[in-house]
Design a protein around this ligand. Sequence first.
Ligand code: MLT
Length: 350
Amino acid sequence: MGNQKKIIMAKNNKFYPASGGVNLSRPPMSIGERGLSSPFSLKGRGWSRKHLLGLAELSAEEINTILDTAGSFKEVSTRNIKKVPALRGKVVVNMFVEPSTRTRTSFSLAAKRLSADVVDFSSSGSSLVKGESLKDTARNIEAMGVDIIVIRHSSPGAPHLLSKILKASVVNAGDGPHEHPTQGLLDIFTIREKKKKIKGLKIAVVGDILHSRVARSNIWGLTKLGAQVIAVGPATLVPDEFKQLGVTISYNIDEIIPEVDVINILRIQLERQNTNLFPSIREYARLFGINSERLKKAKPDVLIMHPGPINRGVEITPEVADGKHSVILEQVTNGLAVRMAVLYLVSEIK
Ligand code: MLT
């Protein structure tokens, strides 16, 4: 049974806690109550990574393993008792050295649903503001017996650095403009769930591609799974170098809208721009903002996506954000299942 044995032992359709076999003080947990609906093992699934640092280094098979595992975990969140014992006895630290609402809450809840002990750490109020280096802070946190560190940092490569010096698993929750692998995965999961495939789809990623880690992770993941990605935006935000990642570039959203299956809209990242890359927000909204008028030319089943936070009235109008094509809140729901899958998978590799 290998890895599966560590989590749950399935016998006669019942799940038993792994530690020491049957717990006599409690009745065995039934599949419907506490276990996973289909007992799954990592054996033969081709997963061997202790860290999740980005989608650039993952194979299509590894991406599919995460998506399939997330599918099993999604069902857990629909139950009365939304918890499985997969990470019981493990400690997860959320180390967010850059602001976040969605991602931090999602990782925290994901770890709790897997029964881990969770510690939320932010840079304000920590020794980082007293000048301690990231390495020292992380080493000190790890010395308390941490199994997984989820890190968000404004510097590209911060999670990679920690993965080299720590024994714990490291999960990248966004490193500057570089990668945001779990956002890329939850976007792909949502598209696959709605369209039943990825291969052959045409997907527009619109907006501030230059500063977007979400764009990079989407591009890596989607192209590996056989989608055609079109990066759309003003030339100043969509540099030609992106062609090297296998995407097509367009500077005209109206030309692209009729032919795409998905429009993934990015936030204008004013906090990462240090020069004026377009004349004004109003001008950007007029030329690239997704509004109802523009959407009239889209396919009837086009999906509208946005990683959040949304600048309503800039890159997307409220009618579109809340309209019938929008799957923005489903992305958030799916993010939980994807993060449960990632935490579970990395925790299985020593
Ligand atoms: C991110 O952390 O990159 C967000 O999910 C997207 C954004 O900030 O625009």
